[in-house]
Design a protein around this ligand. Structure first.
Ligand code: NAD
Ligand code: MN
Length: 482
């Protein structure tokens, strides 16, 4: 887009990654051929086919669950907890050692800027393994009594927005608690999960402890519905989450759902405006807005609305949209053609319902999937763009006059995953935060993640928590409960 500064291209080299012409499934410690069809995964910035991966069939999923069960009974389950911790530390260190490879591969397959995959996704994935490695021999302090036990085999299905990071959020606590896993990555972003399989081999992780079965929704359903799975963990859309809740109801399976969001980012008139504008930008344009906790609803106090919007537009004018592998890129490619269509459709509805669309001037690359950073003003709480999760770089601006009105508008959502508050007054922040029905509330910052901190939602954003001690409880059962 137009920029105050012109930069020469600064592309990260992709030569560090080696992508095979095709991939099988990772089952029982080996890469094996799947029995299903294969399908391509592409680079969304260029539409180039990167490689072919396998669509795991029911039979493949069954094979993976059997391997996970054997490992749970024979090796991983009986292992001394401290030894499990050693494997997790080893995995964490290998993720760090091969961080650049993971970052480049993630940006190629997903379309996110290398700056983010390099500085956020991969370091946080490693941090999750380090954190949970430390817990492996301290499970009696989780808060589930002196002898908590693992659940068994965990079936885990993850989305495409943070492929490696979501894998880490799922796999690290499951393994630390003594479970084994069958993980299905999203169909548009399977490659870092397959590279992670290589890390498991490099770490000498016993066969069957981690199994990776690629594929689309049918493969995910086979994982979730497999009769020998003890725990289901899902992150993705609310619709699919609902169908999984139905499928699991009445079984013994434990369930964690991390679904969508429509976070309010609330800016009071006493907030430091420049800092808040940075937080608004970070809240909605980080990862192209493909973030379940994105600050997609800006609630700004009426008296500062014009000033904030003007400042925001000026700042957005400096954002660079383009090649994800360029180190100066702020906004990369939309992950898929389907997602681009959805963003376009909801934005068109926003305009049709009477909101004002603003986008900075500038050209987008010709090939690939792109959407410019977009701000809607004159948005009312009834508008679809204020209610539905767009999951793209689209901000809806609403106003409020009093703190009570801010709280009421923020909570006026079927979702309740996250929120942000910008104010100079600590007492106001604490008071507002206590009234927000959101799992995570950030104060004078946004989109900050840490493995020690629990993350999860209220209402249709799902249930259960990931991260911290709470994240372990989702993979354990207390001595007294069955
Ligand atoms: P999705 O829910 O369809 O896909 C998420 C994962 O679930 C993928 O691995 C997919 O293969 C799998 N899956 C699909 N159907 C399944 C089924 N019936 N049983 C088991 N697994 C199944 O999400 P999507 O289609 O990629 O995105 C659609 C919308 O969902 C987005 O526009 C966004 O609003 C939302 N979304 C939210 C998150 C999040 O982190 N909360 C992530 C991705 C998408
Ligand atoms: Mn891809």
């Amino acid at each position: 887009m137009t920029s105050l500064f012109e930069y020469a291209p600064a592309p990260e080299s992709r030569s560090i990654v080696t992508i095979a012409p095709s991939y099988g499934l990772f089952i029982d410690g080996e890469f094996v051929d799947g029995t299903g069809e294969s399908f391509p995964t592409i680079n969304p910035a260029t539409e180039e086919v990167l490689t072919e991966v396998s669509a795991g069939s029911e039979a493949d999923v069954d094979r993976a669950v059997r391997a996970a069960r054997r490992a749970f009974e024979k090796t991983w389950g009986p292992m001394r907890p401290a030894d499990r911790g050693k494997y997790l530390f080893r995995i964490a260190r290998l993720l760090q050692e091969r961080a650049r490879e993971f970052a480049v591969l993630e940006s190629l397959d997903n379309g996110k800027p290398i700056r983010e995959s390099r500085d956020v996704d991969v370091p946080l994935a490693a941090a999750h393994f380090f954190y949970y490695a430390g817990w492996a021999d301290k499970l009696e302090h989780v808060g589930l009594g002196t002898q908590p036990r693992p659940l068994g085999v965990a079936g885990q299905v993850i989305p495409w927005n943070f492929p490696l990071m979501m894998l880490a959020w799922k796999v690290a606590p499951a393994l630390a608690a003594g479970n084994t896993v069958v993980l299905k990555p999203a169909e548009t972003t399977p490659l870092t999960a397959l590279l992670f399989a290589e890390i498991c081999r490099q770490a000498d992780l016993p066969a069957g402890v981690v199994n990776i079965v690629t594929g689309a929704g049918d493969t995910g359903r086979a994982v979730v519905e497999h009769a020998d799975v003890d725990k289901v963990a899902f992150t993705g859309s609310t619709d699919v989450g609902r169908s999984i809740a139905r499928a699991v109801a009445g079984t013994r399976k434990k369930l964690t759902l991390e679904l969508g969001g429509k976070a309010a980012n609330i800016v009071f008139d006493d907030a430091p405006i420049d800092q808040a504008v940075e937080g608004i930008v970070q809240g909605i344009f980080f990862n192209q807005g493909h973030v379940c906790c994105a600050g997609s609803r800006l609630l700004v106090q009426e008296s500062i609305h014009d000033e904030v919007v003007a400042s925001l537009q000026r700042r957005i004018g400096t954002l660079r949209v383009g090649d994800p592998l360029d180190k100066n890129t702020d906004i990369g490619a939309i992950n898929s053609r389907e997602q681009l269509e959805r963003i376009r459709e909801l934005s068109d509805i926003g305009e049709a319902e009477g909101a004002q669309r603003w986008q900075p001037a500038g050209e987008l690359p010709e090939r690939g999937f792109w959407f410019p950073p977009t701000v809607f003003t004159d948005v009312s709480s009834a508008h679809r763009i204020a209610r539905d999760e767009v999951f793209g770089p689209v901000l809806s601006v609403l106003t409020f006059r009093t703190p009570d009105e801010a709280v009421a508008k923020a909570n006026n959502s079927t979702y309740g995953l996250s929120a942000g508050i910008w104010s100079e007054k600590g007492s106001r922040i604490l008071k507002i935060a206590s009234h927000l029905r959101a799992g995570v509330v950030w104060a004078n910052t946004f989109n900050k993640f840490d493995p020690t901190s629990p993350f999860g939602g209220y209402k249709q954003s799902g249930y259960g928590r990931e991260g911290g001690r709470h994240g372990l409880a989702a993979y354990l059962t207390g001595a007294d409960s069955k």
